[in-house]
Structures are given as structure tokens and as C-alpha cells.
Write a protein that binds this ligand. Structure first.
Ligand code: PLP
Length: 353
């Protein structure tokens, strides 16, 4: 393992970080060959040298993850639910026929990368965090549509601020006529093809202005019937009903958001709300008083309004987060930064050996 020489604090405006690539000091790489992953190393090189025939390039044989490390008030470092990302990455690997990574190797790699890039973790109180990007790609000489002869598991990190500008400021979303995934396709796996399919609808949403409303991203309906809400850009959807239930869609083409399942638990156990995973029909939005997008990058982004054809539906307010959304945000973010007691197993301390 490369030893990190002490380096000065990077010249970063922590309070105004966006969601852009910043080259950090070290990243982790492990290779799979002849049936096993090697021990993995940290490297300064941020460029991969792979065969032009790699299946990741031609056939999208790859998957990735996203999770965050947080600087706490006492200086320690929290990672939020990495076991859940490890489990989801195994499901993604299985779906596109790639070798799986054990919990131990995944969490160990993430911890190594956080420790080696500690100077890039935004200070407590700035609202920033260290975003970790694990990935697995099929590599090696190949040309036919088949699984790769070799694989790379990598983890790199980037200090980030809010994904949607403005934190708890409501954003509008535009219902797309396109689908990000097929009904029985790869929507539940975190594979690049789903994101390639979302680039054009996402750009169309950002380029659209209707009656003075701008849109942060596309909102996707279920690909089978186009009647139910599925995903909001690269985030899951939740809503609060008139009678105070927390509702979030369930479908095999949705990526199972770790943030969403955390909110389901927090709504039930900390806010004492009835919760359900169920259908949210796009033509029945009057039944909801609040709505939001949730994810590692999006955290909790309140939804101001949804544009569906000619109709613009406003939930709580176009300018302010609703009261339940705000309470959920305070619980979730409080747990992540170590200010609120976490449920068992949700936080992994990096400073622990
Ligand atoms: C398509 C999609 N949906 C939902 C999410 C939110 O998932 P999580 O809360 O695990 O970050 C993400 C981000 O990972 C995503 O890319």
C-alpha cells in the first residue's frame, strides 16, 4: 500500500462545492483474473489502461455504486450504510454476469480510500461530504457478446456539495415520455446503460421552460403502463398523503435506494407515521401534501411541482420544504453527520480499526 505523505489542506471553497470531478490523492484498484480478486492496492494514477475490446466499453458490462463519508463534529469520520451498497453491488454484478465483491473487500476498499484522502473530506458544518464511487468493469481482449475474461473493481472519491443546487430548496421535475429501463430489464441494477438512457430525457427536462417553470431533471413513469411514478432523475420518489402516511413506489424497474429504505424506517420509527411501498398514480397527485426525491447525491430534495403534459401540480409549496420533509431531512442528515443517534449498524466509523 502506498504511504500518504502529509499534504496541505486542498484549496477548496468547501461551502460552495458542487457535484463535479475533483482529482483526489489515491484510489483503490483490484483485478479479477483466473477466478479470484487480488488483494487490491492504492494508486495515484487516475487513468485506467484497458483493452480496446473490453466488454465495459462495447456491451455495458459494468456497474457502480455511490455512498458518502461525513466529517463529524468531534473530527471522526462516518460512512453511511456501506454494507447496503456492498449488497446492492453484488446484485448488480449478478445481473450483468460479473464476479461479486465480498462485504469485507468492499468496505475495506472504501475505508482505505477515505483514510488515504482524508484531507479532501469537507469540514463539519460546511454541508459537504466525501462521495465514494465504487465500480466493477469487464475488461480484457474480447470481441463477441459474452462475459469478460477479466474484471476491475475500483473505488475513487470526490468531495461534493449538493447535487441539486440549494439543498432543501424545492425543485420542479418534468414527466418524461421516455423510459430509463424496461419493465423486466435492468432498472433495479445500478448499471451504466440505465444512465445512458436517462441522459437525453434529463437534458430535455433541463432545457425546457413552461410558464416560467424550470426543471431540475426528468421524472420517469413505470415503463409498462406509464401511469405510476417510478424515479426522479437519479433518485427515488416519496410522498406524504393527506392523512399523514409516508408512501414510496415499489417496482422491479426502480433502483432500490438505500436512502429511501432509510427514510421508510425513520418515518415509521422516529416520526411514528404509517408507511407503505405502493403505487403513486401520476393522475392522483391531489392526494399528497408533500413529495420529495431522495438518494445519496440528492439527499432529500423537496419537489415543488411536477409538470405532466399541460398540467403543473404543486405539492406543499414551490419555495419551501414541507414539515414532514424537513423533519425527515433533519433526522437523516443528523444521523449521517453523527449529531443524531443512528439505528444499529447504520454508521461505520473510519477511524475504528
Ligand atoms: C436511478 C437512481 N435511483 C435512486 C438512487 C438513490 O439511491 P441511494 O439512496 O442508494 O443513493 C440513485 C442513486 O444512487 C439512482 O442513481
Amino acid at each position: 500500500m502506498t504511504q500518504l505523505a502529509p499534504k496541505p489542506a486542498p484549496d477548496i471553497d468547501w461551502a460552495n462545492l458542487g457535484f463535479s470531478y475533483i482529482r483526489t490523492d489515491l484510489r483503490y484498484l483490484s483485478h479479477w483474473k483466473d477466478g479470484e480478486w487480488d488483494a487490491g492496492t492504492l494508486t495515484e494514477d487516475n487513468v485506467l489502461h484497458i483493452s480496446e475490446g473490453s466488454t465495459a466499453i462495447h456491451y455495458g458490462q459494468q456497474c457502480f455504486e455511490g455512498l458518502k463519508a461525513y466529517r463529524c463534529k468531534d473530527g471522526s469520520i462516518n460512512i453511511f450504510r456501506p454494507d447496503q451498497n456492498a449488497a446492492r453491488m453484488r446484485r448488480s454484478c449478478r445481473r450483468v454476469l460479473m464476479p461479486e465483491i465480498s462485504d469485507q473487500q468492499f468496505i475495506d476498499a472504501v475505508k482505505q480510500v477515505v483514510k488515504a484522502n482524508e484531507r479532501f473530506i469537507p469540514p463539519y458544518g460546511t454541508g459537504g461530504s466525501l462521495y465514494l464511487r465504487p465500480y466493477v468493469i469487464g475488461v480484457g481482449d474480447n470481441i463477441g457478446v459474452r462475459t469478460a475474461p477479466e474484471f476491475i473493481f475500483g473505488v475513487f472519491c470526490v468531495p461534493v456539495g449538493p447535487y441539486f443546487k440549494g439543498g432543501l430548496t424545492p425543485q420542479n421535475f418534468l414527466v418524461s415520455g421516455y423510459d430509463r429501463a424496461a419493465p423486466h430489464g435492468t432498472g433495479a441494477a445500478k448499471v451504466g446503460g440505465n444512465y445512458a438512457a436517462s441522459l437525453m430525457p434529463g437534458q430535455q427536462a433541463k432545457d425546457t421552460v413552461i410558464d416560467g417553470h424550470h426543471f431540475a431533471d426528468a421524472l420517469y413513469l413505470d415503463p409498462e403502463t406509464h401511469t405510476k411514478i417510478e424515479e426522479v432523475g437519479a433518485a427515488n420518489f416519496f410522498a406524504v398523503t393527506q392523512d399523514g402516511r409516508f408512501v414510496t413506489p415499489k417496482s422491479p424497474s426502480i433502483l432500490e435506494s438505500i436512502t429511501k429504505y432509510s427514510l421508510l424506517w425513520l418515518a415509521e420509527h422516529r416520526l411514528n407515521m404509517p408507511v407503505e411501498e405502493g403505487d403513486v398514480y401520476i393522475n392522483a397527485l391531489d392526494g399528497y401534501t408533500e413529495a420529495g426525491a431522495c438518494g445519496t447525491a440528492a439527499v432529500i430534495t423537496p419537489i415543488g411541482g411536477i409538470q405532466n403534459g399541460d398540467t403543473f401540480h404543486v405539492f406543499h409549496s414551490e419555495t419551501e420544504a414541507g414539515p414532514i420533509t424537513r423533519r425527515l431531512y433533519d433526522e437523516l442528515v443528523g444521523i449521517q453527520y453523527g449529531d443524531v443517534q443512528a439505528p444499529d449498524g447504520w454508521i461505520v466509523k473510519v477511524t475504528e480499526s
